[in-house]
Design a protein around this ligand. Structure first.
Ligand code: TYM
Length: 327
């Protein structure tokens, strides 16, 4: 059975970009693979955090995983900090990763640009991500397009380790969908939707109220024409709205273009509000119930135990190859 691993940071609120680009696919993949889905609370610390909020967000994200349909009996759901093997492997991988290759990471460049006191953690972030993946011998990693470069680095590190020490790691493939891997910001459809963009009008979060969803979609930046057409180059705003509609409603973009032919952008936007609200409402309801049930901490505890059992096997093999097992 193929092994799948992915993770989401518990910072900010999860956006429909995270959902459509990654999390929605986790739910499909748990049916056919041995799947590990984590909340990457160690990665969160590459930028300053409020410890109380971080703890809450970690639990809330685990509840959200379950609310969208991840089943702890089918997939291993856990928090990264509960499996210390990740950081131990990350150290060993740091000793085979090159300074230059980490400096080329686009996300590091974007997040550190113009900032003082950039942490070493932000710089070595992709090595911890590689450890997350390689420690489970993952074959496939479902992610949005922005993670492509981190996956390439993970593959390079796995291949470098294997060629130096003999076959140890599965070299993972990124699973990036052709459609929906880059949901754009509603306030600026030339940039990706992001949890951390300064304006709340950039994104719809999975916990937004129907009123917030309505306001954000109705305010979404489009263009000065009035023709509904899918063309990400010249009509990024409308194309983004069509993409979001299609991924939530299950209707093909061509069908939507046909359906809204000759109608204004307002009609498409109003319909999209209904589609998004009706999809998110049951998720939000389950999310609230899970948070009050107290079930989440138990799920994370069991998940961490299962994850550690797997992770420790790989770590042992790595340490043995590196001359670090003494007895
Ligand atoms: P994070 O928390 O930034 O994002 C979680 C997932 O959502 C995807 N995503 C998007 N997809 C489509 N459109 C968007 N606008 C959009 N924004 C985000 C991301 O590509 C990601 O798949 N480094 C990772 C977390 C991580 C990880 C891992 C992932 C740590 N270790 C191991 C996979 C495997 C991150 O910051 O994701």
């Amino acid at each position: 059975m193929k092994r799948v691993l992915s993770g989401v940071q518990p910072t900010g609120d999860v956006t429909i970009g995270n959902y459509l680009g990654a999390i929605k696919r986790f739910v499909e993949l748990q049916e056919t693979t041995k799947a590990f889905f984590m909340i990457v609370n160690l990665h969160a610390w590459t930028v300053p955090q409020d410890p109380v909020v971080l703890r809450e967000k970690t639990i809330s994200l685990a509840a959200l995983y379950m609310a969208v349909g991840l089943d702890p009996n089918k997939a291993t759901i856990f928090a990264q900090a509960d499996v210390p093997e990740h950081t131990e492997l990350a150290w060993l991988l740091q000793c085979i990763a090159y300074f230059g290759e980490l400096g080329r990471m686009i996300q590091f460049k974007e997040k550190s640009e113009g900032k003082q006191n950039v942490t070493v953690g932000l710089y070595t972030y992709p090595v911890l991500q590689a450890a997350d993946i390689l420690i489970y011998q993952a074959d496939q990693v479902p992610v949005g397009e922005d993670q492509k470069q981190h996956l390439e680095l993970t593959r390079d590190l796995a291949e470098r380790f294997n060629s130096r020490f003999g076959h140890t790691f599965t070299v993972p493939e990124p699973l990036i969908s052709e459609f929906g891997a880059r949901i754009m910001g509603l306030d600026d459809p030339t940039k990706k939707m992001s949890k951390s963009a300064p304006s709340p009008f950039n994104r719809i979060t999975l916990t937004d109220s129907p009123d917030e969803i309505k306001t954000k979609i109705m305010k979404a930046v489009t263009d000065t024409e009035n023709e509904i057409r899918y063309d990400p180059e010249t009509k990024p705003g409308i194309s983004n709205l069509l993409t979001i509609h299609s991924l939530f409603s299950g209707l093909a973009v061509e069908e939507l273009v046909e359906r809204f032919r000759g109608q204004g952008y307002g009609t498409l936007k109003k319909d999209l509000v209904e589609v998004v609200v009706s999809h998110l409402q049951p998720i939000q309801e389950r999310h609230r119930q899970l948070l009050v049930s107290g079930e989440v901490l138990d799920v994370l505890k069991r998940g961490a135990e299962r994850a550690r059992a797997e992770a420790s096997k790989t770590l042992y093999a790595v340490k043995e190859k590196m001359g670090l097992v003494l007895r």
